[in-house]
Every structure is written in C-alpha cells, then in structure tokens.
Design a protein around this ligand. Structure first.
Ligand code: SAM
Length: 376
C-alpha cells in the first residue's frame, strides 16, 4: 500500500516506477469493515493506549470452547474481548474466562462465560480417541496431551493398568484401545459419568472397569479385583516367546485362583502391570496405601508367583525445586517417606512442564518395591 492521497506525495522512486510501467494513480474508495480486521487490530482500536502493548486474545481451545486467563487490567473489556474472539473464530461457540479459583477436590477451573452459548459439554479429540465431558465440572488439560501419550506408550498390549485418578480417561481409553485391560477410577461422580460414556463411545467397554471411589481405597482393593476380573482375549499378535511366557503366567494364575477356563473368549489378567497416579498436588501422599496390598493377610492367598514382576508406578507431583538434580532429590525423598522404604529398581524422574514461575510438574516412575507391597 502506498499510503498517499495524491501523486505529489509519492517518493521519486515510486514516481519513476509508475512512469516506467506507463500507469497512473486514480482514486478508489475501499470500505474496510469489521470482517477485514484481525481480532487484535479491533481490540487495539478500542483499548486505551497502555493496554495495547500486550494482546489479550491468546486462548486455548477445548472442543468448541475458547478459554482465556485475562489479567486484571483487561477485565473491564472482557465481554467485548469474548465477542471479538467469537466473531473471528468460526469453530468457537463459547468463550470463557478462567477464574483464579480451582475446585480443590476435583481440580477443575471455575470459569465465567464472556461470550456465546452457555454450553460447556465439549467433544474433544486426543490420541485418536473421542472425549465428551462437561468442561465446567471435570478436570481436563489439553497441555498434557504429549504426557498422556508418553505414558501410554510405556504400556504393552495385554498389560493391566490401574488408573487411580483417571478423570474422563485420557490415559485409560488410549491404553484400552492399545489392548490393555484397565481399572479406571475417579472420585468425581460427574467425571466417572463421562468416563463411562467415553469408554462406550470408544468401544472399549469390555476392557475398562470404572469405579468412583477414593484413590486410597481403590489402591487397596484393586489388586484383589484384578485376580477375579475376566477380560477378552487380546487382539494383538504376540511373539512366540511372549505367547510362551503368557501361557506360563496364566497357568500359574489359574492354579492359584482355582479357576477352570470354561469360556475361552475371556481370561483372567491377574497381575497389575502399571499404576497411574495423576493428581500432582497430593498423589505422593497416597503412596502409603501400597504398603501390604499384596500380602496374604490382605488378599487371603499367596500371590508372589503372580507378581514375579512388580508393577510400575507412575506418580505425578509438583516441586518448587527448579533445578533437575534438586528436584530429583526432593521428589525421591518424599516418595520414599510415604513408602517407608528406599527405591531401588528402575527409577525415572521426568519433568512434565512448568506450571508457575516457581513450580514444576514431574512424573516419577518406579518399580513398586516387593518389600512394600508384601509388607505384613
Ligand atoms: C489432575 S486430574 C487428572 C485427571 C486425568 N488423569 C488427566 O490426566 O486428565 C486429577 C483427578 O483426580 C480426581 N481426584 C481428586 N481427588 C481424588 C481422590 N481422593 N480419589 C480419587 N480421585 C480423586 C479428580 O476428580 C481429577 O479428575
């Protein structure tokens, strides 16, 4: 654009160029209405100058909902900001501002509608799975997509996974889709309502058992439940060695459980291979629930032959130590305090993301010490 109103205002180079091309300037009226402007340009035309330096139009999307975290200074303009975002993004139907309060028990954000429909039930896609949930009543964080994927990739088809704080299923459902049998639990009854719906929608009903109970009770009961539940035969092909190992494991389990296999389409998968504990604020405090869970006193039988391999525990936490080495020491110490024993085997401490200037989220994965689970 030349940005001049007559030829005299042109630079000598521009005038020379017009001459060489044998063209001249003429007047044309172009109306630039609302549709021509970007969201930021519109808001900058409205805001006082001091608010024009930053842009409040950055938002995250979950299903049809755009969610913002507006700072104090922009709050007087929240409705117009919401409306502009709605107008400029055709797939968005609802715009909310996340309030700084979080539901302390079930971890979802309180939010305020600033534009569009008051409809918080979204359909969101992650890892080729469909998730339907009420964003105003259950926990969901799209920023954890890579982390969900990283952990699910650690599971083998046929593994048994116990998800202690399952939410609406971002670990449980992709795991089941990969052939795992899953015990998925959450204390939020609205969360488990949507978890059940998602299990159905993703066609993994026979592989996911949903419960709504406190995580501590779930940890204490799930080992006994896994001895009894039957799951369909896995669809995935196994190597000959894996098949041999599996047949051997199964034979031992059937003997211990005194089971006769009358229905060859469903079989026990008695050993839990992974526990997932994504409640970073307090999951470490639940680890003492593992003490004695596999002892004959709790199960009424000796399962040491079934647990010839102990489960991996993937436990999330926050730390205020921002250097990796210090974070590692801090997390390990807190985990060992709860377990009552030092960690020895296969410990991996993975930085997930920075959640605030002085707070990082980590996942510690470790093999559950035999001495802890079989403690008398
Ligand atoms: C941080 S969210 C994680 C949800 C899901 N795993 C994910 O990654 O999206 C923690 C979940 O733990 C649930 N929760 C909180 N306290 C619990 C408890 N005592 N027992 C079981 N679940 C609990 C919450 O309802 C919430 O869904």
């Amino acid at each position: 654009m030349l940005r001049v109103s007559n030829e005299a205002e042109l630079t000598p180079e521009a005038r020379e160029y017009l001459k060489s091309e044998s063209v001249e300037l003429m007047t044309y009226t172009l109306e630039l209405h609302y549709d021509y402007w970007l969201a930021d340009d519109i808001l900058k035309a409205i805001f006082p100058e001091e608010l024009c330096k930053d842009s409040p139009t950055g938002f995250a999307v979950t299903g049809h909902i755009a969610h913002l975290n507006l700072t104090e200074a922009y709050l007087p303009y929240k409705y117009i900001i919401g409306q502009v975002i709605l107008d400029k993004n055709k797939t968005i139907k609802t715009v909310v501002n996340k309030l700084n309060t979080i539901n302390t028990e079930f971890r979802f954000f309180k939010m305020e509608l600033i534009a569009g429909e008051q409809d918080y039930v979204v359909e969101h896609h992650e890892s080729d799975c469909r998730f339907i949930f009420d964003f105003s009543q259950v926990y969901w964080n799209s920023r954890l997509q890579a982390e969900h994927k990283r952990v699910v990739q650690l599971f083998e088809p046929g593994d048994v996974v116990a998800d202690v704080f399952a939410g609406v299923g971002p670990f449980a459902i992709p795991a089941a889709r990969n052939g795992c049998a899953v015990f998925a639990n959450d204390l939020n009854p609205i969360g488990t309502k949507y978890l059940r719906l998602n299990v159905e929608k993703n066609r993994v009903k026979d592989l996911v058992k949903v419960t709504c109970q406190d995580g501590r009770n779930f940890i204490r009961e799930v080992t006994a439940r896994s001895l009894k539940e039957l799951f369909p035969l896995r669809a995935t092909r196994l190597s000959l060695r894996q098949q041999r190992l599996e047949r051997k494991d199964l034979k031992i389990a059937m003997q211990i459980l005194a089971l006769k296999n009358t229905n060859p389409t469903v079989l026990p998968r008695p050993r839990i291979d992974h526990f997932v504990m994504n409640l970073p604020d307090s999951a470490i405090n639940f680890l003492d629930a593992f003490r004695g869970i596999m002892s004959p006193a709790s199960l009424g039988r000796d399962v040491s032959a079934i647990y010839n391999v102990m489960p991996m525990v993937h436990c999330y936490c926050f730390t205020r130590e921002l250097e990796y080495d210090k974070a590692e020491v801090d997390i390990r110490k807190r985990v060992e305090e709860q377990l009552g024993y030092p960690l020895v085997d296969e410990v991996d401490i993975h930085m997930v993301r920075s959640v605030a200037p002085f707070k990082d989220m980590y996942c510690i994965s470790f093999r559950l010490p035999r001495i802890v689970a079989f403690e008398k």
